[in-house]
Ligand binder design. Structure first.
Ligand code: ADP
Length: 305
């Protein structure tokens, strides 16, 4: 188990990490989320051993790794958003080079190319691979180190939806044995909800919230938003509903949203809506709050800021 305790780090007197705690168990994909500048990369690079913290402690399986080491642990490897790769080597040549430096056998390096679906591309120059294929090669190179902990820094940001899902599958498969851990930094809340067993939301150098994605939503943005349209003014029964807000007026129809905290409230609102003739029943929509709502609530920023 990886245990990160009270990590602090300042740059030129500005504290960018303020006593951050994090743990990750084998079999978990742990997400580190947060807006730009929150300190995600700094935190991950400290754990990876690429930069030094000012104070705190990092332990892997109860063995202190230290916060001032200047090399990465052999049990860790990193997948970057885009991996710089030598353009004129083939995937197979590069895999063999990496495998030799990690003492991974040649057979295993061939298997890895097949695991990431690049078996048929192993003999072509890397510069002819697509962005998604290069990212999968980057993952295979990281896996050649057979790390106990794989760090994935925004691994699917540059990928199309299909390639993202392939990368998600690779990360899920990596932890499936229950022995390996993935630590994922992402700006994409759907990625975190799909992949992560637990997430940490970092903002201004502090952990604002943590837990499973479901717990985070339940604790910070419970319930859902019910939206609907009416053809006229609100009827008396609708006016009695709490947390109702007008959100628009299009083509003679008024649009409203109601926030319902739990299942009982959803049922009550739905009874009123479906018995009111001014409501266009076909427009009723119920949207569960997601991690994105938690993100905006706790950081006060939208994901596009
Ligand atoms: P994130 O990955 O969440 O976007 P970073 O960890 O990259 O955040 O940055 C956190 C803060 O630390 C930012 O304000 C950034 O400008 C600052 N920072 C990061 N690296 C350095 C550095 N080498 N020197 C000075 N400031 C830095």
């Amino acid at each position: 188990m990886l245990e990160v305790k009270k990590i602090s780090k300042s740059y030129s007197g500005v504290e960018v990490l303020k006593g951050v705690d994090l743990y990750a168990r084998p079999g978990e994909i742990v997400g580190v989320l947060g807006p730009n500048g929150a300190g995600k990369t700094t935190l991950l690079e400290i754990i990876e051993g690429l930069i030094q913290a000012d104070s705190g402690d990092i332990e892997l399986d109860k063995i202190q790794l230290g916060i001032r080491r200047n090399n990465t642990s052999k049990s860790m490897a990193v997948v970057l958003q885009t991996t710089p790769l030598p353009p004129f080597m083939t995937a197979e040549e590069l895999m063999q080079l990496f495998s030799a430096s990690y003492s991974t056998c040649i057979k295993k390096s061939r298997e890895l190319l097949s695991v990431v679906g690049l078996e048929s591309k192993k003999e072509v120059s890397i510069n002819t691979l697509s962005v998604g294929q290069k990212q999968r090669l980057g993952i295979a190179l990281a896996l050649a180190a057979e790390p106990d902990i794989l760090f994935a820094d925004e691994p699917s940001s540059a990928l199309d939806p299909q390639a993202r899902r392939i990368v998600w599958g690779l990360l899920k498969d990596y932890v499936a044995s229950g022995e390996k851990t993935v630590i994922l930094s992402t700006q994409h809340m759907d990625e975190a909800e799909t992949l992560c067993t637990r997430v940490y939301l970092l903002s201004e150098g502090r952990i604002r919230s943590q837990g499973t994605p479901e717990e985070m939503v339940r604790e910070n943005a419970p319930g859902c938003v019910i939206s609907f349209q009416t053809s006229g003014e609100l009827s008396d029964s609708l006016l009695k509903l709490e947390n109702i807000e007008k959100t628009g007026f299009i083509d003679g129809l008024q649009k409203f949203e109601i926030i319902a905290k739990d299942g009982h409230e959803i049922a009550r609102v739905m009874r009123v809506l479906t018995s009111d003739e001014s409501v266009d029943v076909s427009s009723i929509n119920i949207k569960r709050n997601t991690l994105e709502d938690v993100f905006i609530k706790l950081t006060g920023r939208s994901l596009r800021d």
